[in-house]
Design a protein around this ligand. Structure first.
Ligand code: TYD
Length: 150
């Protein structure tokens, strides 16, 4: 599935919703402090239903260790830095987030782990579904089996 995203005026970005990708966000520089934003479907390829954030992560801890059957996410490091490891059942890729003017689009059906959190890091996550424990795949071998059918 291909989604067309308008990123900046007169600039259109094509996102393949089957693959993770870094999305650059608008940045309004200002001597009083910079401002960035994203809006439903203008910068990210889905309509936001949920927002949550991860903070106060103790050194060495990791989050995630699951995949979603339907849920898609967009993750921004609002403060500090952390890594997101995405696994499609064959290959793992690590994305390092450390600026608040870009984020990672995570399609459905990727095994996801977040680690390497810096002190005081803040991860903002928006998703296209409301929280639903039934949408989680928390067993890696089950994920690998289901991933083959995607
Ligand atoms: P989980 O998604 O497993 O966290 P992570 O992927 O960051 O390790 O969620 C941890 C707990 O928080 C789990 O008990 C479910 C609950 N939770 C909600 O109630 N609502 C939400 O939107 C999220 C993301 C989690």
């Amino acid at each position: 599935m291909i989604s067309i995203i308008s990123w900046m005026p007169c600039l259109t970005l094509y996102i393949n919703m089957n693959y993770p990708c870094i999305i650059n966000l608008p940045k309004i520089p200002d001597k009083r402090g910079n401002l960035s934003f994203f809006e439903n479907v203008n910068q990210i390829p889905f309509k936001i239903k949920r927002t949550y954030w991860i903070y106060d992560v103790p050194g060495g801890e990791f989050r995630g260790g699951h995949a979603y059957k339907e849920n898609q996410e967009f993750i921004v490091a609002l403060s500090g830095s952390f890594d997101i490891v995405l696994d499609d059942g064959n290959e793992k890729k690590t994305f390092s987030l450390n600026r608040s003017y870009y984020g990672l689009y995570v399609p459905r059906m990727y095994w996801r782990e977040m680690n390497n959190f810096s002190t005081n890091s803040l991860a903002l996550i928006v998703s296209n579904t409301e929280y639903n424990e039934d949408d989680y795949i928390r067993d890696y071998s089950e994920f690998c089996l289901l991933r083959k059918k995607v």
